[in-house]
Design a protein around this ligand. Structure first.
Ligand SMILES: *Cc1c(COP(=O)(O)O)cnc(C)c1O
Length: 402
């Protein structure tokens, strides 16, 4: 065994360990011991990958697509991304301005590695997706958290963004629809953010992973629609993980200014080289084949969402903004903080999630993981019967607190 003196990299020590790990480990242990745990912690669709996509993956293996591909991904898939962006949004991109990565997550990782120097700040609206601050830290940058308000449906607030912007601001990350809040930023707010980004020379990183899961009318408001001038300094980050239930295939894509994409390709060439070849052909089938899957998934989520929000809102002391996208509800339980169960104080979201797990056999993700301790995240990528059963347990568990 290594000696105690063995020193790990400073960058690892800079990244705080995940507040969800303990709850997650306990959930796994309880499940392994045979407990009837209802799982609301999952961050992926509960449907299988569409059959025609799986078939394309298998055909790719049989056709010998089992070798390295170009670093930025196969040309056909990059062309398909350009065609999609053109057809659905009217945006022009060339295949050389697109990178295919091992999931949207690795694309975002590549972006931060490609743009950040020590001292560079990245504006991150909070509640945020768990990976943004650690990714910025690992790239040597400084995450700057910009608080969003529940009272404003977690819409981004340009006045608050302005308060946190400095001369060191290098980029801002937008995630709309958002994980964990389900918020969709308003076009008016995005237009103001666009002005600030143009004036400050910020790179805008738009994480559009949940664009297909929007519960409003028409298309999700997007900063490039708020101000098309911004296209030259925006990187779009997206993928097929959520829209085609392909989380395990690991395919994401980024589209943006050639200078940034080229730098990202340099990083990717020295890390993953390229995403798995058969997965790229499967993603090609997803983007170029029938598009009814995301629509059907959205329909299924719509009814679960309505039931979930209504049930949560009916509990005394609980408030929940109706998510306008994605598949999470993010209710505020802070009215219960300070209460006790057999002498133990519920002092925040980690204690509450732990209580839900041990007393109600419900697995959730504490809001602390997203920088918002008043909340707990529930995924509704699960059956309506599970949601009904889960809500009964939650009500009983909350009523038992004193
Ligand atoms: C799931 C998710 C991603 C990335 O997903 P991959 O599985 O890496 O493609 C990126 N951003 C958000 C907000 C997500 O929820």
């Amino acid at each position: 065994m290594f000696s105690e003196q063995f020193v790990l990299a400073d960058r690892v020590l800079k990244v705080p360990s995940s507040p969800t790990l303990a709850v997650d480990a306990k959930a796994k242990a309880l499940r392994a011991a045979g407990a009837d745990i209802l799982n609301f912690s999952v961050g992926e669709p509960d449907m299988p990958t569409p059959a025609h996509v799986c078939e394309a993956g298998k055909r790719a293996i049989d056709a010998g697509h089992t070798r390295y591909t170009p670093v930025p991904g196969i040309p056909e898939l990059r062309e398909a991304v350009c065609a999609k962006l053109k057809k659905e949004q009217g945006w022009e991109y060339q295949p050389e301005d697109v990178q295919i990565s091992c999931g949207g997550k690795h694309g975002l990782y590549n972006i931060f590695q490609a743009i950040l120097n020590p001292g560079d700040e990245v504006l991150i609206p909070a509640p945020y997706w768990v990976s943004y601050p650690p990714m910025v830290l690992l790239a040597g940058g400084t995450p700057v958290l910009v608080p969003l308000q529940q009272e404003r449906q977690f819409d981004i607030d340009p006045a608050v963004v302005a308060r946190y912007a400095t001369s060191r601001t290098k980029a801002i990350i937008l995630n709309s629809p958002s994980n964990p809040t389900g918020a969709v930023y308003s076009l008016a707010a995005l237009a103001e953010i666009a002005k600030m980004a143009l004036a400050g020379g910020w790179l805008v990183i738009s994480d559009d992973m949940y664009e297909e899961l929007f519960y409003g009318e028409g298309k999700v408001p997007h900063i490039l629609h708020a101000d098309p001038q911004l296209q030259g300094q925006t990187v779009l980050s997206n993928g097929v993980s959520k829209s085609f239930a392909m989380t395990g295939w690991r395919i994401g894509y980024s589209a943006g200014p050639g200078k940034v994409i080229k730098a990202m390709n340099k990083i990717q060439s020295q890390s993953s080289s390229n995403p798995a070849a058969p997965s790229q052909y499967a993603a090609l089938a997803a983007l170029t084949g029938p598009q009814d899957f995301p629509r059907q998934m959205r329909e299924a989520f719509l009814s679960r969402r309505a039931y979930f929000v209504e049930s949560l809102e009916s509990i005394a002391g609980v408030s929940c903004v109706a998510p306008m996208g994605a598949f999470y509800v993010f209710p505020n339980f802070s009215a219960y903080y300070g209460k006790r169960f057999s002498g133990k104080v519920i002092d925040g979201s980690v204690a509450l999630a732990d209580y839900f797990l041990s007393e109600a056999q419900i697995a959730t993700v504490p809001g602390a993981a997203f920088g918002a301790d008043d909340f707990v995240r529930f995924s509704f990528a699960t059956s309506i019967t599970t949601i009904e059963k889960g809500m009964e347990r939650i009500k009983r568990a909350l009523a038992a607190l004193q």
